[in-house]
Design a protein around this ligand. Structure first.
Ligand code: COA
Ligand code: NAP
Length: 258
């Protein structure tokens, strides 16, 4: 039985919400009766996500865009707010990752991940400021264990996600007086996702990762989504500037199997 977080009617926009963990987050909000907007680059993924998210009867809105394009991000949020009203919950989860030794990583490879994860998060948050509910808005940035724990072959992701968490904490201070809460959620290793397929591509490495999690399993997108529902709800009304792992204790244990 799912928990009622009393979010029915809230307007929720999820950047990167067309696959994997972010789609799981969008689906969890839709199941609570929220009005959804999602955005990512692939028009096919956007169309498929909108179809899934509209099944409960509420119309969902989809936007094909690249978070590296600030004007496209701003236009999508303006369109969504024009159609449905102020944004109550903003989730910023668009990201890119691939393992690479630092010595073999080109400047453009490092920059691509910084541009999507860190600059993209800034574009999303800056554009959302005009449309988010004040007071009452909740912003949730999807970070990663790499933000706290240095991992070999992940220098670009470690730098980008550490930056994301500092953006979270900085804007929690700057926007708190207007009643906007800003938090990060750090997923652990989430089974069946693109991120894990890239970092743990075979069964042996997936099993090793699962064993390294104190809870002895990889997570599901819904394990992460439930924390996002809490952060969006009134129960989290005094939670801001927090970096919250949803990882079965993986980061506490050092997240060392990758
Ligand atoms: N190893 C080393 N460098 C790599 C790489 C890899 N596996 N994949 C891409 N790069 C480099 C490219 O060579 C390029 O650098 P160059 O111009 O010096 O050759 C640079 O990264 C940008 O690559 P490009 O393919 O043009 O980027 P893109 O903007 O089309 O895609 C990525 C961005 C690379 C992050 C792509 O993997 C992506 O779109 N990922 C989204 C999905 C994802 O990663 N999901 C998991 C989320 S955790
Ligand atoms: P995913 O399915 O690839 O999700 C990434 C999403 O971002 C996709 O919808 C993708 O869609 C979109 N995206 C990528 N680049 C974009 C860009 N430039 N502009 C707009 N949208 C873009 O991967 P995932 O593994 O579920 O990861 C989701 C989030 O969780 C990421 O923030 C990741 O860092 C974080 N995370 C994942 C794990 C894990 O175990 N998987 C662990 C910790 C943290 P398009 O291709 O259509 O653009």
């Amino acid at each position: 039985m799912s928990i009622d977080f009393a979010l029915s009617g809230k307007r929720v926009f999820v950047f990167g919400g067309t696959s994997g963990i972010n789609l799981g987050i969008a689906e969890a909000f839709a199941a609570q009766g929220c009005q959804l907007g999602v955005a990512s680059r692939s028009q096919d993924k956007v169309d498929a996500a909108v179809k899934r998210l509209s099944q409960g009867g509420l119309e969902a809105a989809g936007y094909s865009l690249d978070v590296r394009q600030p004007q496209a991000v701003a236009d999508a949020l303006a369109d969504f707010a024009g159609r449905f009203g102020k944004v109550d919950v903003l989730v910023s989860g668009a990201a890119g990752n691939f393992p690479s030794p630092a010595a073999a990583l080109s400047t453009n490879g490092f920059k691509a991940v910084i541009d999507i994860d860190l600059l993209g998060t800034f574009h999303v948050m800056k554009a959302a400021y005009a449309h988010i509910a004040k007071p009452g808005g909740s912003i949730i940035n999807i970070s990663a264990p790499q933000a706290m724990i240095p991992m070999a072959f992940q220098v670009h992701v470690c730098a980008a996600k550490a930056g994301v968490d500092m953006v979270t904490r900085t804007l929690a201070i700057e926007w708190g007086p207007e009643g906007i809460r800003v938090n990060s959620v750090i997923p652990g290793p989430i089974d069946g996702t693109e991120g894990m397929a890239r970092l743990a591509p075979d069964e042996k490495s997936r099993n090793a990762v699962a064993r390294s999690v104190p809870m002895q399993r990889m997570g599901t997108p819904d394990d992460v989504a439930q924390v996002c529902l809490f952060l969006a709800s009134d129960a989290a009304r005094y939670v801001s500037g927090a970096i919250i792992p949803a990882d079965g204790g993986w980061a506490a244990a050092g997240a060392r199997a990758l």
